[in-house]
Design a protein around this ligand. Structure first.
Ligand code: ADP
Length: 428
């Protein structure tokens, strides 16, 4: 008698405060069966966009009109999937993988969700007030829809839990820090993990054998120093505000600016939070947070080119400081790799970030850097001492891989890519 084939599909859910992004993957070949997005949940103008990549001719479908909450959103997604024969009740669905932003120090690996895991994610809400509640709602709703199905949490912070204390601690009173769980957690970890591993593959080496500086430059941006596959430093801290100049966030700054704004500027804590998270970075400096628009203003010599140039220069200056710092942290660097919206697409950013760093073995080749492609590629000159690379990130695939690796053997030892270790293993 032949045994039934193992279920091979994984649904990846990324639940934000007012949105749900999802992808359904077939793990036999990592192909996307469907992708979609529900936006503006809770508003009159909610919108669901669903694209069944492997059914019904791949035509996108859009539905507009109020979707009251996450539960209604997930039900609507389930209905759309069912129309393509990909419903959540399918026996081919192996698991649901959830992006969870903050896993604190508790979660060092992807983890099968049970009540104690939910409690711990909830306990972490004070350090991730915007993200963890939405992630929890997504998980609970998905559990209600398919109570029998394994649900896995993949944490943005997990990859960074290998940072040594020297990198993870702020130099503040230890007792106060510990009481309030103040330390550097780092974010975008799923992307840093995926991209650093893909960079090793591009170089034809094992992840253990390479030291990589990963520059994840999207609207949010972070850098990491990865030694032999393990993160040893990253630029985001207690929250995603620290580090690089971002689309709307300031990144590094003297913390005394905050006291000054309170004492002299009369601003409230919430005002300053909004200023630094939403009205700073590129948008605060020049009114645009899209690097395409900033480059257009500079390249066309537009009337408002000067603030765009200044924003670009500040962005690059900070980036260069992190490349230098992480070079020093790692000692030996095999590759500097650019990823996410800006890193993958903005050749001038890559060129400017390594300009003048020849003495460190870093340079880009103009022709290679100008190539547009979705493939991982080298942009450094032939034979360069340190590779400069572009590796498109794929956080959904990484979440699906980690989820599938964890659940594909019922004993939790499934390990297709060396990422997922045992179920719940990292849950303190
Ligand atoms: P996030 O996931 O943080 O929202 P992404 O990684 O999708 O962000 O990156 C979005 C950013 O990428 C945009 O704000 C824009 O600045 C930049 N970007 C996208 N395409 C290009 C391009 N062709 N050239 C330059 N920058 C681009």
């Amino acid at each position: 008698m032949r045994s039934a084939p193992l279920p091979s599909r994984v649904l990846v859910l990324n639940s934000g405060s007012s949105s749900v992004k999802y992808q359904l993957l077939d793990m036999r070949d990592s192909s996307r069966l469907a992708v979609g997005l529900v936006e503006r949940i809770g508003e009159e103008s909610s919108r669901l966009k669903h694209t069944p990549l492997a059914a019904n001719g791949g035509e996108s479908r859009e539905t507009a009109g109020r979707i009251a909450d996450h539960e209604a959103a997930l039900k609507a997604v389930a209905e759309e999937l069912a129309k393509d024969g990909l419903g959540l009740d399918s026996p081919e669905l192996a698991a649901i993988g959830h992006r969870v932003v903050h896993g604190g120090q508790s979660f060092t690996d992807p983890t099968v969700i049970d009540d104690s895991v939910l409690d711990e994610i909830e306990r972490l809400i004070p350090v991730a007030p915007l993200h963890n509640p939405a992630n929890l709602t997504g998980i609970r709703t998905a559990q209600a829809l398919r109570p029998d199905l394994p649900q896995v949490a993949v944490f943005d912070t997990a990859f960074h839990t290998t940072m040594p204390e020297s990198a993870a601690r702020y130099a503040i009173d230890v007792k106060t820090a510990d009481e309030h769980r103040i330390r550097r957690y780092g974010f975008h970890g799923t992307s840093h993990a995926y991209v650093s591993r893909e960079t090793a593959r591009l170089l034809g080496k094992a992840p253990d054998d390479v030291n990589v500086i990963v520059l994840h430059l999207g609207n949010g941006a972070s850098a990491s120093a990865v030694r032999g596959g393990r993160c040893v430093d990253t630029s985001m801290g207690l929250t995603p505000l620290e580090g690089l100049v971002m689309g709307t966030r300031s990144g590094d700054m003297d913390p005394a600016v905050i006291f000054h704004l309170m004492r002299v500027g009369g601003m409230s804590t919430d005002d300053i939070d909004t200023l630094l998270n939403k009205k700073s970075g590129l948008i605060g400096l020049c009114g645009d947070n899209d690097m395409r628009e900033i480059r257009r203003r500079i390249d066309e010599g537009a009337e408002d080119a000067a603030p765009a140039q200044l924003a670009f220069d500040i962005y690059i200056h900070r980036l260069k400081k992190y490349i230098g710092a992480y070079y020093a942290v790692l000692g030996r660097v095999d590759a500097v790799v650019f990823t996410a919206g800006v890193g993958e697409n903005a050749a001038p950013v890559r060129e400017a970030a390594v300009a003048g760093l020849d003495a460190l073995g870093l340079a880009v080749d103009g022709e290679r850097n100008a190539v547009r492609s979705d493939e991982p590629r080298l942009v450094s000159p032939e034979g360069a001492r340190v590779a400069v690379a572009v590796v498109p990130t794929d956080e959904e695939l990484e979440i699906a891989n980690q989820t599938y690796a964890l659940v594909r053997n019922s004993n939790g030892n499934g390990n297709t890519n060396g990422q997922a270790r045992g179920a719940g293993q990292g849950h303190a």
